[in-house]
Design a protein around this ligand. Structure first.
Ligand code: G3I
Length: 378
């Protein structure tokens, strides 16, 4: 007769924990079982922002993570005007071409970012006073770049952040010299230059009712002019203390009702104190001086905050899944926490924890909270 085998509770817990860790490994080695892009493959594409180091594949750990988890990429900076169009009559496509080659090699789509934005403009645009020159810039910048990458990138953020918080038009150089219709002009030029590329409007806080109403007016105006706009990107830079869940859901419905794709294009959730009383979530021009009280988690994130982050991400993806018929893409603004722009905005040199992967690129509770929503289908 066989002897009964006794396993202590501690040993049993250990075995279960090991099994759990194995099934939650980021790098499965046996196919992307716990990969975001695989898990959400029937729902929406899953993207990340890429910086130069990543495009050049200089860090094998982050490269492996990106290839495992994401099927679409957005350049974090290298297609912005100051880099791709440094002088009036000189373009520099070196890094953008590299990005396109990277995406092709790894079977990813590219959301090109961005053609017309008031920020990160080339220095020659900082002093531009002449209306005709601004018009010429807008037309030739869009034509040159969008036609070069037509058929090579999937989509363009044609115009980025043209609105103020109250839904009025931001007083950018484009608005001041060309009037509010510069947005329609930009889309008209992009439509001609890039007939095979999806064309999007992208902005932050457009889930907020006043700004959302402004975005809807803008999109309707483009449509009324008979010009093509394929989608709208809600950037999704939020803080775990105030993720506007209901407004996000309302926005998905209202934007989708315009007959266009809805995307979350720059998703990250800051866990740090915000210095702003008003609802500024991504105005890159805002800079606040460092003080230690604004940087409370330099030695790691307390469990309660980690859990709050996980809950917020879980709730967000629950909404995304509920509306998956209207949402075509969810892009995180970076792969791991180390990469996040939030470590340096609006206060430089902080330690934020805004993404699904930590500084060692390990999946965080927030990652599991997101994938657990689909667990029954795994
Ligand atoms: O390239 C220079 C480098 O030469 C220099 O040594 C270094 C010193 O600070 O600066 C480098 O440029 C930085 C650039 O990122 C590339 O790393 C800029 O200072 C820095 O301001 C810039 O920040 C970017 C920010 O846009 C600027 O507009 C962030 O990486 C990028 O994540 C952020 O992305 C924007 C989206 O495009 C639009 N929506 C908001 C979002 C977050 O701000």
């Amino acid at each position: 007769m066989k002897k009964p085998v006794f396993i202590s509770l501690t040993a049993l817990f250990g075995i279960l924990l090991l099994a759990d860790c194995a099934s939650h490994r980021s790098f499965s080695g046996n196919g992307p079982v716990h990969s975001l892009k695989a898990i959400f493959k029937d729902d929406f594409r899953i993207g990340t922002a890429l910086n130069t180091t990543q495009i050049e594949e200089k860090d094998p750990a982050v490269d492996a993570l990106i290839q495992e988890q994401f099927n679409t990429v957005t350049p974090e900076n290298i297609m912005k005007a100051e880099i791709i169009h440094p002088e009036w009559s000189r373009y520099d496509f070196t890094q953008a071409d590299r990005l396109v080659a990277y995406a092709k090699k790894h079977h990813m789509t590219v959301n090109a970012h961005t053609l017309i934005w008031h920020s990160q403009l080339p220095s020659f645009m900082h002093t531009m006073q002449n209306t005709d020159s601004v018009r010429q810039y807008l037309t030739s910048h869009i034509h040159t770049i969008a036609s070069r990458y037509d058929g090579k990138v999937y989509s363009w953020d044609v115009v980025n952040e043209a609105l103020n918080e109250d839904g009025t038009m931001r007083r950018s150089v484009f608005q001041q010299k060309l009037g509010d219709d510069f947005v329609v002009e930009a889309f008209r030029t992009a439509e001609k230059a890039a007939p095979h590329t999806k064309l999007y409007y992208n902005d932050y806080n457009i889930e907020e009712p006043a700004k959302r109403a402004g975005a809807i007016r803008l999109i309707r105006k483009i449509q009324a002019a008979g010009v093509r706009i394929d989608g709208v990107g809600i950037q999704g830079h939020w803080n775990i203390s105030s993720v506007p869940f209901q407004k996000i859901e309302d926005s998905i419905e209202e934007f989708a009702a315009l007959g266009i794709e809805v995307m979350f294009t720059e998703l990250d959730l800051s866990v740090l104190p915000s210095p702003f009383k008003d609802n500024i979530t991504a105005d890159v021009n805002q800079k606040i001086e460092y003080n230690a009280a604004m940087n409370p988690y330099t030695n790691g994130l307390p469990d309660s905050v980690q859990q709050k982050l996980a809950d917020c991400y879980g709730n967000l993806f629950r909404i995304f899944l509920k509306h998956k018929d209207k949402i075509s893409r969810v892009t995180f603004w970076g792969a791991g926490d180390q990469q996040s722009w939030l470590n340096d905005w609006p206060v430089q040199g902080r330690t934020d924890y805004s993404l699904l992967f930590d500084r060692q690129l390990k999946p965080k509770p927030a990652f599991f909270s997101v994938i657990n929503l689909k667990k029954t289908n795994l």
